[in-house]
Write a protein that binds this ligand. Sequence first.
Ligand SMILES: C[S@@+](CC[C@H](N)C(=O)[O-])C[C@H]1O[C@@H](n2cnc3c(N)ncnc32)[C@H](O)[C@@H]1O
Length: 274
Amino acid sequence: MENDRSQLVAEKQHAREQWSQDPCGAKYGAKYEFATREFFDEVERHRYEEYAPWMPLVMGFNDFKGKRLLEVGCGMGTDLLQFARGGAICTGFDLTPRSVEISSLHLGLYDMRADFVLGDGERLPFADDSFDVVYSNGVLHHTPNTEQAVRELHRVLRPGGIAKVMLYHRNSLYYWTEIILHRGILRGHFLRGHSPEEIMSRYVEYSEHEARPLVKVYSQKQARTLFKPFAEIETEVEQMIREELRVLRPLVSEKAFRRLRRSAGWNVIITARK
Ligand SMILES: C[S@@+](CC[C@H](N)C(=O)[O-])C[C@H]1O[C@@H](n2cnc3c(N)ncnc32)[C@H](O)[C@@H]1O
């Protein structure tokens, strides 16, 4: 029991180290001075024009005007800024003090308002039924008790409210080719006794500091099970870049690529209604 508790604390500590040292997405703005408008503009351009052009529509940045929206794990506040621009009444929440600082500065630079709160998504410091929308992108697969974090999202949502959550996808080209085949088998990690979780912890998130954040993956079926406290649940799959096709890249048409991305992409997006 004591061991379990110290393990949990260590995992949260690893998460804080990872995201303090390498704020999520910061490397894409690295040619500009950190936390300037040029820097944030470049992070944003890369995210929505190059890496994940599907995000604005699928995540519904303009769908929540006048709604109380909570983002759990707001990171640098890149998505939160889009919801704020879309007219949502935003609260940014994060485990890492530096994330809260950066995202607060980020929204301020663009004259957008939001409340910011520091804390753990497994124990949200908000009353029941406080929000119309809860959003979390690429966060809950990094926390030890993901089930508990989902119960908390459910608790703080009002009846009829919507949760939109992105988790990493187990049945994806990236997981099976990069983690299992390339790192696990060809690079010999399995022979050295490393589990897929250990491999993901080393390679999935960009780190210049040897941080080892917890990383988990979910199939669409597992994601639906996780969200079973909710009345309605839908899942969809997104996120792939053509480089992942490696030598097959020139052979795959745009249409086939789109189909592959929407079935074997790296992100599973859950939309659930309380
Ligand atoms: C991969 S980054 C994602 C940031 C942002 N959502 C994005 O898409 O750019 C993960 C963020 O979640 C935060 N985080 C990790 N575990 C958390 C937890 N248990 N509760 C709240 N935030 C957490 C980290 O501090 C970090 O800022």
